[in-house]
Design a protein around this ligand. Structure first.
Ligand SMILES: [Zn+2]
Ligand SMILES: [Zn+2]
Length: 142
């Protein structure tokens, strides 16, 4: 096609826009129209269901992940990160999302087990440690 000679006729334009429309509508009209709405509706209802069924203990990983995220959202208030982390952790314990084991993860001894946070951005990713291991972890003896 020689350059400069190419002229978009009205018919050609119409053809282009029609074919674009047809493609977009055909592709997005069906999945795009329902999808975002459906997704939103689902997640709102799903969240409500989660909070209603908090007590049902064996929860699928997926729901736990969603709850983690929603907690993180709730506690994204401008407070001390340690404090925020602790509150999320306490709630998670209370709701049975995480359970405090009776033995230390490092030395397997029984006794008072403390949830140690390696990362305050991950409030329910805790290391369960006895008093002495917890102290050692904090003093960098491990
Ligand atoms: Zn220990
Ligand atoms: Zn600690």
């Amino acid at each position: 096609m020689p350059s400069g000679v190419y002229v978009r006729t009205e018919e050609h334009k119409r053809h282009i826009s029609e074919s674009l429309k047809g493609e977009n509508n055909g592709m997005y009209g069906k999945s795009g129209e329902k999808h975002p709405m459906y997704g939103k509706h689902w997640s709102e209802e799903h969240n409500r269901k989660i909070s209603e069924s908090k007590k049902g203990i064996p929860m699928p990983e997926e729901s736990i992940q969603k709850m983690r995220d929603s907690w993180l959202d709730c506690y994204r208030a401008p407070t001390d990160i340690k404090d925020r982390c602790h509150r999320v952790y306490v709630n998670a314990l209370k709701d049975g999302i995480i359970t405090r084991p009776s033995i230390c993860e490092l030395c397997h001894s029984c006794g008072r087990i403390i949830g140690h946070h390696e990362d305050y951005n991950k409030p329910i990713d805790v290391l369960w440690l006895c008093d002495s291991c917890h102290k050692k972890v904090h003093h960098g003896s491990f």
